[in-house]
Design a protein around this ligand. Structure first.
Ligand code: AHR
Length: 329
């Protein structure tokens, strides 16, 4: 009986591979479909590996799955929405028990989410949300409040520049265009600095959450803008890339240009403790344990809250010095 089922599962996997051009999943299991051993199978589509934050998030999810005894089918979408849609369809064909994903951009998910719902597979959004009007397409969203992160960054700047007589010229390195953290952090920061008309964003462009892009866009900012007082980078990695451009332009980061970022990964915290960054609003990547807990609950048909917000803080240079020795990622 078990042998026949295993053969049938194998046939399904082979058919899936042939039909879809390859199973993207490369998790803890090499069998398709729900496991015969009663383990929950979780299909997870990750955004990519664009930043230190993302690497820490992937590690958290893989480690938590192992600890929770959940069979993880992990897919790296390389920052492409079409890859995520393909991975989710593969998970549906493989009849995983639960699907989770961190959507690279906010829009364009309704069709594939409806396919998962029609197949009776619960979906959990993690880290980033979608803009679907139909909230029944997913069970819950676990992740940060990105608007709040942007607002905290902006409020710190408002506080620091209180009493500044002339205009304060700000450049902004945005995250991936169309992504929830880029949209929301921009919005939160703009809301906060609107309270002081001296604070002006003179240039704002995407650096795709990547270090290399942050460096390249900052070089352009420096060429085009003779006076830059502040850099607001939507993540540490872009800020770290920008440091190289600022130094190469003969300026001292953290002194000639005030640098505010988001995430608080180890490299960012190091830069902050050394005085090259000035302030970081935290975004925690350690979502794995909560995600596994939710996967078990939705699989068991239990009700879960529609929104679970990650707890986060902020860091000044002094606070970074204290926190750095115990920073896990
Ligand atoms: O969605 C979270 C964001 O994505 C992190 O701030 C950034 O570093 C990552 O790439």
């Amino acid at each position: 009986m078990r042998t026949r089922r295993t053969v049938r599962t194998l046939v399904t996997v082979v058919a899936t591979v042939l039909l879809t051009g390859g199973v993207a999943a490369c998790g803890n299991s090499d069998t398709g479909g729900s496991a015969d051993d009663g383990k929950i199978t979780l299909g997870f589509s990750q955004v990519g590996a664009e930043s230190g934050w993302r690497t820490a998030n992937t590690t958290s999810i893989k480690e938590a799955a192992t600890r929770a005894g959940i069979e993880l089918k992990f897919d790296d979408a390389q920052q492409k929405q079409e890859n995520q849609i393909k991975a989710i369809r593969n998970f549906i064909q493989q009849k995983v028990d639960v699907i989770a994903f961190s959507p690279v951009v906010e829009s364009g998910w309704d069709t594939v989410l409806k396919e998962a719902k029609d197949a009776g597979i619960p979906v959990i959004l993690t880290d980033r949300s979608v803009d679907s009007a139909d909230k029944s397409l997913y069970k819950t969203f676990l992740g940060s409040d990105f608007v709040k992160e942007g607002r905290l960054a902006g409020e710190w700047l408002v506080e620091q520049t209180r009493g500044a007589s002339g205009p304060v010229h700000i450049v902004e390195l945005q995250g991936t265009t169309g992504s929830a953290p880029a949209n929301d952090r921009k919005e939160g920061f703009a809301q906060a600095i609107a309270t002081n008309p001296n604070l002006k964003i003179v240039a704002s462009q995407s650096g795709d959450f990547k270090r290399a892009d942050g460096k390249q866009v900052m070089e352009q900012f420096l060429k085009a803008n003779p006076k830059i007082d502040v850099l607001f980078a939507h993540n540490d990695d872009m800020g770290l890339g920008a440091l190289e451009a600022i130094t190469a332009a003969g300026k001292v980061p953290g002194r000639d240009i005030t640098i505010i970022t988001i995430d608080a990964v180890k490299d960012g915290m190091q830069a902050l403790a050394e005085g090259r960054f000035n302030f970081i609003a935290e975004c925690s990547p350690l979502l794995g344990p909560q995600l596994m807990d939710l996967a078990k609950k939705v699989h068991a048909g239990e009700e879960v809250p529609a929104r679970i917000e990650t707890e986060e803080t902020t860091f000044t240079q002094e606070q970074a010095k204290e926190a750095l020795p115990n920073r896990r990622y």
